[in-house]
Every structure is written in structure tokens, then in C-alpha cells.
Ligand binder design. Structure first.
Ligand SMILES: *[C@@H]1O[C@H](CO)[C@@H](O)[C@H](O)[C@H]1NC(C)=O
Ligand SMILES: *[C@@H]1O[C@H](CO)[C@@H](O)[C@H](O)[C@H]1NC(C)=O
Ligand SMILES: *[C@@H]1O[C@H](CO)[C@@H](O)[C@H](O)[C@H]1NC(C)=O
Ligand SMILES: *[C@@H]1O[C@H](CO)[C@@H](O)[C@H](O)[C@H]1NC(C)=O
Length: 488
């Protein structure tokens, strides 16, 4: 768990150019960490949105759907991240990558990397990608279209023999640098109910050559990160441009059993209501209209609901918690604890925690966020509180105002509110939607080629030894500081 999670969370919402400032305000190595929240920004990424348009003609079989098996558990007291496995190269090798809807490229650690982790505290053996060991791999030169598009033009000193470099910066100051390669990616193509068949496509991804910060040593290390952002540089955009998949994906993150469902393709069951994405934003921004707690609408000033560069609402599954502007946070907390004036709060690593011996679902109200086009997001007490030991609960909502100056007016909705729901990102129609769902069950996706619908089941990628880690540390590091929740 990253000790500086709070800071990096706030940094995530910022346009990339602001990131440097946010990162440098990092208070330094804090004693403890609670949330594994990794934010990735291509450096200078203000214009990393362009990619030369691929040949629009579709060739080969038009794939309707892909099944991306998930592992991990997004609870703050657990791994706090979700990951999946992919296969790259010929012969194919397996890589475990964190699933992240907030970033735009796929990258894995590479053979030339000295400080890259070889083993993961999550219980996996890690694999370094070796372009030379793959008969289908090739290095991307800085003159190639992908590179020009990714960097918004030719890099200084670029010639045909110079590899296309990239740099991804984490909000906490960690970074990974490398160069782009193109190779074959294999994925599970849905071909029948609960059935998949190997599908493949050529994708350009980052080969991580150097790690900065503590990336190389994290005991939750994975092989890399797969970005499901909207930009043309993402794996999804590349496969879609090649006519292999639709630019539609869905996830259902299971905080009860771990893992869940992650699928590419049109979901036909369950049906979800949707809300439009705000156009031309680097993240999945939506229009929040109002918030109610226990059925009573909070009286909030209009600016809370405006959209813009440093304001608005972002849906981001790569964030574990949920951040609210200070004013909103206070109003929500007042309403939530309205009937519990007697509760005393402890501060546990900057979380508001309290003792409660009943069922939180019976004792506390449901919070509902209302979005444009009448889409509601219900957050139940057992979701916005997380249990931290016997009869101790902590508030998962965070006061964005105390996180970072630039992210303070942003509503950032992470796994805390997105779990146990099927969330559909339909980038072709520029809408996002969700519905409460049992993520241990299955969904149905449509094969556009044949018109048939197929079942996609939930998965929990097996790993050993990762479940116990954070639960213990949070309890051990309990620093009790009695305070009121408004002044902690
Ligand atoms: C892309 O960004 C870089 C650095 O941020 C800048 O030098 C370059 O001019 C930008 N290119 C375009 C096309 O905006
Ligand atoms: C992304 O790709 C699409 C289709 O290939 C193209 O129409 C669009 O202009 C590209 N976007 C950017 C920002 O380059
Ligand atoms: C990719 O798929 C094509 C068509 O199904 C197949 O011919 C080719 O061998 C596959 N490549 C790899 C690396 O699996
Ligand atoms: C969720 O679905 C699974 C698999 O169908 C089932 O075993 C489980 O009981 C369901 N959970 C709930 C709460 O309905």
C-alpha cells in the first residue's frame, strides 16, 4: 500500500501538466500506507491523446467480446487493486497487470530493467518482457506514427534508428521509463456461454526499462499496468482500430469474494441506464446533478456540480476510495452521522474511524448520487464504511480539500462506490452506466458478428499469500487521536 496514497489520489484528477507540482508537494515518506492507489500519467501528456488514424477498414473476424479474468480485491484493508493477466509475444508469455481506467497505455517491465521486481508479494512470479525472445516483437522507432501521435510530434534528435521512448509518472513521484514495442497480444475471445477461444491482435505497448521511486520494490508489484483510458494509445483503442473489438467494456468489481468480471463488448444483460460522458476530457467525466442522503437532498452550491479543468466528477476504477470537495464531504458526513451525535471518532492513518456494534446497514443511510439523464448511484453503508477490526468502522469517503490544492474541487469516484455494480463504458456512444449487481455471478455479452449472446462468468485469479497483508498492518498501525470528524 502506498503511503502517500491520499496525495496521489488527489493528483490523479489533475491535467497532467499540473502533476509535477502536485507530486512535488508530496510530504515525503509517511510512516504507513493504507491504500494501493497508483496513478499513471504519461509525462508531458497534455498531448498524448493523438495517434495516427489506423486503416479504418476492418479485416479478419470482427470480434464481439473478450473476457478479461480478474483477480484482486479492491478493499482498502486488502490489496486495494485489481489486476488481470494477459499474454504477449510469440511464444506467448503471461503477465499480471493492474487494470486501470485512468491511464492510457499498456506497459510491462522489460528485460533491460535493472530495478524491476522479479517476484511479487501478491504471490506471483513476475516475468520480464524480452522483445528479442519474441518472434513477433519489434521496437517502435520514434519516426513511426504511434510515436508521433503519442508525443504530439517528432521528439528532438529523432531518427529512424532511435527508439520511441515514453515516461509514465505516478502521482507519488514514482515513475517508469522505457520504449515502445509492438507485439502480439492474446486475449480470451468469448465464443460461447462461459467459453473462450484465444484471440490475438498486434498492439504497441511500453517496455519498462527503468523504475523510479519505490516501484521496483513494492511488495504488491505486478508486471505492469493496462490502461483502459479513452486515448488512441490504449490497448482497447488499438484493437478497436484494427476492427478486433468494440470500444465498449464493462467491469464488475467484487468486494465480497474478490476478482469479478471484466469484459470487452456490448453487455446485453443486465441492462444499465447510462449518462453521457463530458466531451473532450482526459478522464471519464460525468455530470453530477445532486446528492441525497437517506432520501434527503443535500443543499449544495451550484459550483459543486459544474464541470471544468479542475472541477467536475470523475469515474475512476484505478482509485480505491472516493474523494469529495471539502464542503460536500462535510455535508455528507453531517447527514450520515446525523442520528449518531454520540459517536466519537478516532483518526487511523487519516481515516475517520469509530466503534459501532450494530449492523451499519441498519443504522446508517444510503447515499445516492444523481447524474444527468436520471442515472443514480447508490452507495450503501457497508460500502462507504469499511470494517477495520472488531466493531470498528472507518469512513471510506475522503475530504478532497485536505489532499491537494488542485484536486480539491473534484469529485473522484473510485472503487469504493463502483464495486458490486456492473459498470459499462460505451466509448462508441460516449456514455457510461451502471447497475447494482452480484459480481460473483455472470453477465451476457453480444457477439456482433453472429448476433448471438454469450455468458461471461466472474473470475478470481488465484494467487497465494496476498490476502493477509494489509488487514494486519492497518490494525497494528492504529494511531488513535480522538477528534471530531469535522476538525480531524
Ligand atoms: C506536445 O507537448 C510537448 C511538451 O509538453 C510540446 O513541446 C509540444 O509542442 C506539444 N505538441 C503539440 C502538437 O502540441
Ligand atoms: C483516434 O483514432 C480515431 C480513429 O482511428 C481518429 O478518428 C481520431 O482522430 C483519433 N484521435 C486522436 C486524438 O488522434
Ligand atoms: C493470431 O491469430 C491468427 C488468426 O487466428 C493466427 O493465424 C495466428 O497464428 C495467431 N498468432 C498468434 C501469435 O497466436
Ligand atoms: C451471487 O452469485 C453467485 C453465483 O451465482 C451465488 O452463488 C451467490 O449466492 C450470489 N450472491 C448473492 C448475494 O445473491
Amino acid at each position: 500500500m502506498a503511503p502517500r496514497a491520499a496525495l496521489l489520489l488527489a493528483a490523479l484528477a489533475l491535467p497532467p501538466l499540473l502533476l509535477a507540482a502536485a507530486a512535488s508537494s508530496d510530504p515525503g515518506p509517511a510512516a504507513t500506507g493504507v491504500f494501493q492507489v497508483r496513478r499513471k500519467f504519461p509525462a508531458g501528456g497534455g498531448n498524448i491523446t493523438a495517434l495516427r488514424a489506423h486503416d479504418g477498414r476492418r479485416h479478419g473476424r470482427l470480434l464481439a467480446a473478450a473476457d478479461v479474468p480478474l483477480g484482486g480485491l479492491g478493499l482498502p484493508t486488502d490489496t486495494g487493486l485489481y489486476f488481470t493477466e494477459i499474454k504477449l509475444g510469440t511464444p506467448p508469455k503471461r503477465y499480471y497487470v493492474q487494470v486501470d481506467t485512468g491511464s492510457d497505455i499498456l506497459w510491462v517491465n522489460c528485460i533491460s530493467c535493472e530495478r524491476c521486481p522479479r517476484k511479487s508479494g501478491l504471490g506471483f512470479d513476475l516475468t520480464l518482457y524480452d522483445p528479442k525472445a519474441s518472434s513477433s516483437g519489434s521496437t517502435v522507432s520514434c519516426e513511426q506514427g504511434f510515436c508521433l501521435a503519442a508525443h504530439g510530434g517528432k521528439l528532438p534528435g529523432c531518427s529512424a534508428s532511435v527508439p520511441c521512448e515514453y515516461r509514465v509518472m505516478y502521482g507519488d513521484g514514482s515513475s517508469t521509463t522505457g520504449f515502445f514495442v509492438t507485439d502480439s497480444l492474446q486475449f480470451d475471445q468469448v465464443t460461447g456461454d462461459g467459453q473462450t477461444q484465444r484471440g490475438n491482435g498486434s498492439v504497441t505497448f511500453g517496455c519498462g526499462a527503468q523504475q523510479g521511486g519505490d516501484l521496483g520494490t513494492s511488495n504488491q508489484a505486478l508486471d505492469g499496468i493496462i490502461g483502459f483510458g479513452q486515448a488512441n494509445t490504449s490497448m482497447l483503442s488499438q484493437l478497436a482500430a484494427a476492427g478486433k473489438v468494440k470500444k465498449v467494456f464493462a467491469h464488475c468489481l467484487d468486494t465480497i469474494k474478490g476478482g469479478g468480471i471484466f469484459a470487452i463488448g456490448n453487455v446485453v444483460q443486465p441492462k444499465v441506464k447510462t449518462t453521457p460522458l463530458v466531451a473532450d476530457m482526459p478522464h471519464y467525466n460525468v455530470n453530477l446533478k445532486s446528492i441525497d442522503v437517506g432520501g434527503t437532498t443535500l443543499q449544495l452550491p451550484a459550483h459543486v456540480f459544474e464541470t471544468g479543468e479542475k472541477k467536475g466528477t470523475i469515474i475512476d476504477s484505478g482509485t480505491t476510495l472516493t474523494y469529495l470537495p471539502e464542503l460536500v464531504f462535510k455535508e455528507v458526513m453531517l447527514a450520515v452521522f446525523n442520528k449518531h451525535q454520540d459517536i466519537t471518532f478516532h483518526n487511523v492513518q487519516d481515516f475517520l474511524c469509530f466503534q459501532y456494534s450494530g449492523s451499519v446497514d441498519d443504522g446508517f443511510p444510503t447515499i445516492t448520487f444523481h447524474f444527468e439523464d436520471d442515472l443514480a448511484l447508490h452507495v450503501y453503508p457497508h460500502e462507504y464504511f469499511f470494517a477495520n477490526g472488531n466493531d470498528v468502522y472507518c469512513v471510506g469517503f475522503q475530504n478532497g480539500g485536505s489532499q491537494s490544492k488542485d484536486g480539491k474541487d473534484i469529485v473522484l469516484m473510485g472503487d469504493l462506490v463502483l464495486s458490486n455494480k456492473l459498470v459499462v463504458y460505451d466509448l462508441e456512444n460516449q456514455v457510461i452506466g451502471w447497475t447494482d449487481y452480484n459480481c460473483s455471478s455472470s453477465i451476457k455479452v453480444k457477439d456482433d458478428m453472429t448476433g448471438a449472446t454469450h455468458t461471461v462468468n466472474s473470475h478470481d485469479i488465484e494467487s497465494s499469500g496476498w490476502r493477509f497483508q494489509w488487514h494486519n498492518s492497518l490494525v497494528l498501525l492504529l494511531v488513535i487521536l480522538v477528534c471530531s470528524y469535522l476538525i480531524c
